[in-house]
Write a protein that binds this ligand. Structure first.
Ligand SMILES: [Zn+2]
Length: 398
């Protein structure tokens, strides 16, 4: 398995002849630009070719008038170790997901680890180990932000300080461990926040035997940073309660592939009606009982855009810039200083759509023609998506 080391540098990269540039910014989803210049993994210029410094590039990519968007961010995954998931006993799922345009994944807990420790020392050790392991190992180049401990009864404030001091920045889904009451969760979420650890809460019915119900009152009382899988993972709360969560909480509204699709649409539409589309973020909640979804993020974009009636360029922001901003990541937006993590897409061959955005609004997923992470090409034509009509061409690479 080829795994680029994190220290590899892209040098100067020029991407030209971009037909559609999606910014990831929900306030301005389409940029009037056709060129991106990258240096050592970071965007250094975005604009019209005539206004950019194009000389002396180590590699030049002709986008062939296709669409460039920020690499997709899966806000909710359950990795374990390496590129293996015991949940469906599958290897290579992260690399396969990169072929679906995903460049960053965020762990909502390494819950599928066989024999996962539930004592406090053990759960802290697992979180620290997972954080370190995925920091050192990036399947397909994908940035997996892992090390998300599952809260158990008996944890005290010092535990959260210890975790933060050791480099842990996330909590696993609150509610998957023994802490299920609103008041208990709220206290631990506050401790986590105090030490800079971001929290997510499980929302809805039990996922698998052994997990439990978290209802809207617990979600509101716990006040975690992310209302995790607001559309259930799998079983959703009622649409009325989901809409109430959107209205009464100001936290991130996370919608996942492995949830209730009808409620996914209701939640996204509620956020738009409440004029808070910037709160909507997307994930897969995979690997899970329903499988591993390499194209799960693209399928969510097509679902919400087509059946939800939401312009595709906005839904791409749910999968990129919104998540980057809410989770304070240096990716997900096409702007100077951000990571050069991109997905190149075009309408799938033989879609009824006239262009990429139209095809997505009709419910078709796009074809991925290339994925770049930190300015380095990680794949050309995707082995998983339907074939893109046009794909980018590498003109020269030093
Ligand atoms: Zn869950």
């Amino acid at each position: 398995m080829a795994n680029p080391v994190a220290s590899e540098k892209s040098g100067k990269v020029v991407i030209k002849n971009i037909g559609l540039l999606l910014s990831g910014d929900i306030d301005r989803p389409i940029l009037d630009a056709d060129t991106i210049v990258v240096n050592d993994g970071l965007i250094v210029a975005v604009g019209k070719a005539a206004d950019c410094e194009l000389d002396h590039a180590q590699s030049v990519i002709d986008a062939q008038q296709t669409c460039v968007a920020p690499g997709l961010i899966d806000s909710h995954v359950h990795p374990v170790f390496g590129d293996w998931t015991p949940r469906q006993n599958q290897t290579g799922w992260i690399d396969s997901t990169m072929h679906g345009g995903v460049t960053t994944m965020i762990s909502a807990g390494e819950v599928h680890l066989p024999g996962r420790p539930k004592d406090i020392v053990g759960l802290k050790a697992l979180a620290i180990t997972a954080q370190r392991a995925f920091d050192n190992f990036r399947p397909g180049g994908v940035k997996v932000l892992a090390g998300a401990p599952i809260l158990e009864k008996g944890m005290v404030e010092q535990d959260f300080k210890d975790l933060a001091d050791a480099g842990v920045t996330l909590l696993g889904e609150v509610g998957l461990g023994s802490v299920k009451a609103g008041y208990e969760a709220a206290e631990m979420v506050r401790w986590a926040r105090k030490y800079g650890i971001q929290s997510t809460i499980h929302t809805g019915g039990p996922s698998i035997p052994g997990s439990g119900l978290i209802d809207k009152d617990v979600v509101l009382e716990a006040d975690a940073d992310v209302i995790g899988h607001i559309n259930g993972g799998h079983t959703a709360l009622s649409e009325t309660h989901v809409c109430e969560l959107c209205e009464k909480s100001s936290r991130a509204i996370e919608i996942v592939h492995n949830g209730n699709e009808k409620v996914a649409i209701a939640a996204a539409q509620a956020a738009l009606q409440l004029k808070c589309p910037h709160r909507v973020i997307l994930g897969t909640d995979g690997p899970a009982g329903s499988g591993v979804q390499p194209l799960g993020m693209l399928r969510m974009v097509a679902l919400l855009s087509s059946l939800g009636g939401i312009p595709a360029e906005l839904v791409f922001c749910f999968a990129t810039g919104n998540t980057a901003r809410l989770r304070k990541l240096n990716c997900g937006l096409i702007e100077v200083g951000r990571a050069a993590d991109f997905v190149f897409m075009d309408k799938a061959q033989h879609t009824a759509g006239r262009d990429l955005l139209d095809s997505v609004q009709r419910g078709d997923i796009p074809g991925v023609g290339m994925v770049m992470i930190d300015g380095i090409v990680r794949c050309g034509r995707s082995r998983n998506t339907p074939p893109a009509t046009a794909i980018p061409v590498v003109l020269h690479s030093a």
